[in-house]
Design a protein around this ligand. Sequence first.
Ligand code: AP5
Length: 214
Amino acid sequence: MVIVLFGAPGVGKGTIGNLLSKDLKIPLVSTGDILRRNVKEATELGSKAKSFMEKGALVPDEIIIKMMTKEISRLKGGFILDGFPRTFNQVRKLEEAMSDNSYYIVNLKAEDDFLIKRLSDRRICKNCGAIYHLVNIPPKKEGICDRCGGRLYQREDDREDVVKERLALFHTKARPITDYYEKRRILRNVGASLPLQEIVDLIKEKIKDDSHQE
Ligand code: AP5
């Protein structure tokens, strides 16, 4: 089973992806995490992606497709994707890579104003990438990661002006993608403002029940 988590910045793709990955015991592959790791390690990929990420733009398709084709080819069995596909070229590549594998697109939905507010309180561990929220999912000790003791920071692209850019860009790309997957009858809509465990349970229910179409 392959699950693609789709949705605007801040809907919870990373957070829910981590919970689902533990629950279903399948790996999570996050484009944002791979890119941020490469930026931190100053690799060739990281230096190509950095300027796009900082201003909230998409990293060019050729870079992302090469990176993800390599990642997906390494995986055996089920997995979860967070952040791919995000353009129609990426949709085509994923279709090719999936060939006979069944997969579902989980479309996490919330209003922009809600997401702007939510992202202003997000904090990330500099060391392991764990995701926190100052109100909803606070660390036990302020500024310190519960998991590894690393320092928490606010992502550069979580500044309100950059979040607005990212949301606007998402809306220009999203519709043809969700329309396409809706026609393919593999799109499952889920509200992103529900409690986390409810979202995880809903996703599991919707991908289990093949007859449930939206
Ligand atoms: P990426 O990191 O993928 O950014 P994004 O899609 O904008 O998504 P986010 O990571 O901001 O949010 P999320 O949905 O994962 O939310 P989270 O779980 O953290 O990509 C970054 C950049 O890389 C892009 O801008 C682009 O430049 C580049 N890039 C990546 N993929 C690309 C691609 N395919 N093509 C081209 N370029 C690409 O949750 C948000 C907050 O809310 C957290 O604080 C969390 O704790 C909290 N929270 C989440 N859910 C809940 C809930 N249900 N209840 C309470 N709190 C919650």
